[in-house]
Design a protein. Sequence first.
Lengths: 232, 415
Amino acid sequence: MSLVRADSLTKTYRSGGVEVEAIKNVEFAIEPASFVAFVGPSGSGKTTLLNMIGCLDRPTSGRLEVLDTDISALDRRAAARFRGQHLGFVFQDFNLIPVLTAYENIEYPLIMVQDWSPQKRRERVSRLLEAVGMADQAGKRPDQMSGGQKQRVAVARALVSDTQLVLADEPTANLDHETAHLIIALMKRMRDEFGTTFVFSTHDPKVMSEAEVTFMVEDGRIVSGGREVAHA
Amino acid sequence: MLDVLKIASRNLSRYRRRTFLTLLLIIIGMVAVVLFVAVTGSFKAMMVGQITDSVLGHLEVHRKGYVASIDNLPLNLNMQPRAMAKVEEALGQLHAVETFSPRVKLGAMFSNFVETTSIRVNGIDPAREAATVPLLPGRMLEGRKEGPLVDKGEILVPVLLARGMKTKVGDTVVLVATNRDGSVNGKTFVVRGVLESISGPGGRDGYIHIDDARALLRMQELEVSEVAIRLKDASRLAQVDARLTDALGAVTNEEGKPVLEVHTWADLSPFANLARMIDVMTVFIKVLLVSIVLVSVMNVMIMAVYERIREIGTISAMGTQPRRILSLFLSEGLLLGLIGTAASTLVSLAAIYALNAWSITFSFGTQQNLVLAPRIAASEVAAIAAMVVGVAAAASLQPAWKASRLDPITALRHV
């Protein structure tokens, strides 16, 4: 059974009295524990697709099921609850909370969303810090970390709530090639270790080649995809 | 919730200068209010104390209509023995009453055999009067202070009158009074002492023994013009007033109408208006404090939300419920209020201690070198503190609400 399934998915925005069709009648499916990339130029609709999968935005028409839930039917609170329970996010600009340490940033969703006990939180955060190789940097604040370290913390934060699906919008755009490669490798390793599905967007061909499944997005349409990419 | 408070405190420390300036505004505002309340409260308490403990007592009982005509000191509105017995019975049942003093008041001509002037005379029971208005003996500027306040055949003369009439202690003077039937009577008195004047009613009052007053007026019965009452605890004034009014309401004339009325010192003294003015000014100052806290906290919270829109988008994307975001920003406002209040309370108490140690003196009426002793009840400090904390939380409500309603996508796109 697919983790994400889109049928005739359309998203239309109204901007200055003009209707803009950002996503046009798209269909795709994402399987559990897969490593998926939406690839395309800026403005092609990748972020809109990720936003809809992440329950941050609602389709104008069509059906989008994530973890067997029709996300069109979720109101604001239910969508927030769904995100908190099942989804994780990694952002291009890392979006860590500047006043919190690496440890506290990872712990943040467990406090604000999950309400876990301190003991359970400690165990989970420590495990994630180990997993992303940041255990010795736990006390550092974002302004004391490199871009790669920040993104490692962001990946750990996305996974901390026993997440089933991590959505990463251009997670390597602000990183150099070497660090970008390391982050993609980390995400893949996390997928292997935790069984979490990773879906990310990119326009970088080198990063794209790391994905196991890619969807090419152009002008709001998936022009090709769902195929396994042969690894070098 | 503790975790949210911890994060909120970190957020406040993120913009140290802004947080410090906001706290400074709260501290200045609250310290100003606490000091104002403490100083004016002290002044008011002293002023009220001077009036109640020197002249009026806390409460007075009169025959109905007497106070309305008090300038004439109407003898036909004195309380008769039967009514007085009811008053004594009612007062005896009130445990809050410490003591009371019956008075016979009259207007008379005061003569030193050379000149004549008018005088308001209080016929008093010296022991009971001294117990009811304990500052009265202390007002004696000249004369014999030992023994009863005034013996039969003696008179205490107000200083203004004594100076005007060139009357000294030991001089013999004559009081001439007209009784309720219109006949005139005179009686000689020896000046026992000269009383310091006090502003307001009583400034030109002389004192003689109550038996002398009755003799001068040729009273057939033991009539009383008023009963001054001293309470054990002045703060229970309103409660005792109500109970006494209720009890004396049962004393009626043949037409079934009450014959007695109870007045508090505030009903009888023009200085009550000054006391009320102080209360109004205190309210005004408190409103000013509310405005300062409201504007400063709201300003800092609006800025905080504006500067952290992307952060709000991030935590919202993580699945944080709007009410949790609301509570985070409310906590920041609340913490500002709590920290500001704690610091303000410490500074205020230190300032009050310093003012007391400094012993600032001032004058009230003819009284000089009264020491300003600012003090404030713990309950008053608690009320002001609660107001500051409440206003700080209320001021952060709108920005917090706005933060909680932000669309995550819009917030994440914010630059």
